[in-house]
Design a protein around this ligand. Sequence first.
Ligand code: PMP
Ligand code: GLU
Length: 397
Amino acid sequence: MSKLSDRINNLAESQTLAMAKKSRELQAQGKDVISLSIGEPDFNTPDFIKEAAKKAIDNNVTRYTPVAGILELRKAISEKFKRDNNLNYSFDQVIVSTGAKQSIANVILSMVNPGEEVIVPIPYWVSYIETIKLAEGIPVTIPTSIESNFKITPDQLKKSITPKTKMIVFSTPCNPSGSVYNKEELKALAEVIIQYPDLYVISDEIYEYINFGEKHESLAQFDFVYDRIITVNGVSKGYAMTGWRIGYIGAPKWIADACEKMQGQFTSGAASISQMAALEAVKANPSVTFEMRDAFKKRRDLVLNLMKEIPGLKTNIPGGAFYIFPDITYYFGKSYNNYHIKNSSDLSMFILEEGNVALVSGDAFGDDNCIRFSYATSEDILREAVKRMKETLAKLN
Ligand code: PMP
Ligand code: GLU
């Protein structure tokens, strides 16, 4: 008999975090590894946010907060939803959690029963599938391809809905493809969703501020589906606050209440000091994030241009987030010494071991034809990384 639960034995490790851990280990052994594995801005948290945290400590905001979050923060998030997304979530429809990751886990664990299906378009963020499995739900994926810019169509969505479907989980801008759904595309999906009265959607909008095109659009903006949508967001990406661990949802009150109950048993709520820091972030004019967004766009263009020089890589033009998800099937079937490339995992291992660049294989995101390259680092490092990739891939034949 296993000493560990079946639950943990069946849970896959987060591949993004696993690759980041492996890079750190190799770096500690003195290897000159460039890690483009974890999706995390390289910028520092803006000073005015750090000041708020220091003040919170000095003012002894160091005790348990209400489980759902400090009231002032919930009110500020409610205003942010109105200001940026034209969404009406009153403060009691907002739950603050320890990162958007926990927000998503709260919702899935609160809503999905064993045997219920959850639709997840490919490519998906690594943690969706495993969290659905923890809830004993059944992930049902929808394939996409580079030709459709990794987006699903209303028809595909409709075809994957069954009487057992409980929920859909997706991100826009998308991790890992960078694809952004525009207003018309979201409306077309909403028109399918509304036909199924028991269907709910987690709309993960954590990359809202890292969007290089038109204004960010939220699925919940369409009144006719508003009460079926759980909007997830947070401060990790847009404000370079990954380590502070603050995410949140806006949702129908009965779902928010369920998440509060869940969180009351798991964490008692997010860290008080981080909440005070997040309050300043959320209250500020979003223009404080624009400089970082513009830097990401410049890096995206740089990497896309450099990648053109690598034979066989096919890329889309990501509209947001900070990832490029090239199709690497050109290299399947090629070899070098003991390396025989059969899939994305073989290729990412080859690039790591032979080229000292850590990427994440596409199979972690459900698409084995691709590999994820995070460009959330300096232009010099990006130039060096693509150069190493090019030289390493050139060895394969
Ligand atoms: N959703 C997506 C799509 C992500 O890429 C991330 C990145 N970590 C998260 C949710 C979770 O973010 P966090 O827990 O840092 O707020
Ligand atoms: N979301 C980031 C990524 O995809 C951070 C790691 C994680 O939370 O899994 O790399």
